[in-house]
Design a protein around this ligand. Structure first.
Ligand code: AMP
Ligand code: ZN
Length: 142
């Protein structure tokens, strides 16, 4: 898409640190890494976020994130990995082209993703109400 920085990076119009590339994806190093090796899985096809992109591409992106995570574990000897994917401004998305973060983690590091930062209190009835509504919406979305 014209003017989209991740379209330009994914499709090789702007050179970048490429970890992996195939017909549909490019994996690059994040320009502001939370830890060394912090990578982004970019589909070459433009879709703003998970609501816009087809399920097949989303699935492939996650499968590729697994490969990247395994490579990070092997090469960087990290203790863990965060797979993170933001959708919409409210979630913290800043670049509006779907991407999956793969972030190496080390015991005691100071990366600030470990907790959700808030925990809402719901009574049993409210929990049950949303459980039923969500369950129905997921089942109907096939
Ligand atoms: P998000 O907040 O999920 O939209 O993440 C966007 C990520 O893209 C951030 O971690 C940025 O550091 C990263 N980023 C932005 N521009 C570039 C770029 N030109 N090359 C590599 N990473 C970038
Ligand atoms: Zn794009």
């Amino acid at each position: 898409m014209e003017g989209c920085i991740f379209c330009a990076l994914a499709n090789g119009e702007i050179p970048t640190n490429t970890v992996y590339e195939d017909e549909e994806f490019r994996v690059i190093l994040d320009a502001n890494p939370a830890n060394i090796g912090h990578s982004l899985v970019l589909p070459k096809k433009h879709g703003e976020n998970i609501f816009e992109l087809d399920a097949q591409t989303v699935g492939k992106a996650h499968a590729l994130a697994k490969k990247v995570a395994e490579a990070q574990k092997k090469v960087l000897n990290c203790d863990g990995v965060n797979i993170l994917q933001n959708n919409g401004e409210a979630s913290g998305q800043t670049v509006m082209h779907y991407h999956v973060h793969v972030i190496p983690r080390y015991k005691g590091d100071k990366v600030g993703l470990g907790a959700f930062g808030q925990c809402v209190e719901l009574d049993k009835e409210e929990t049950q109400k949303y459980l039923e509504k969500l369950s129905k919406a997921v089942s109907e979305n096939e």
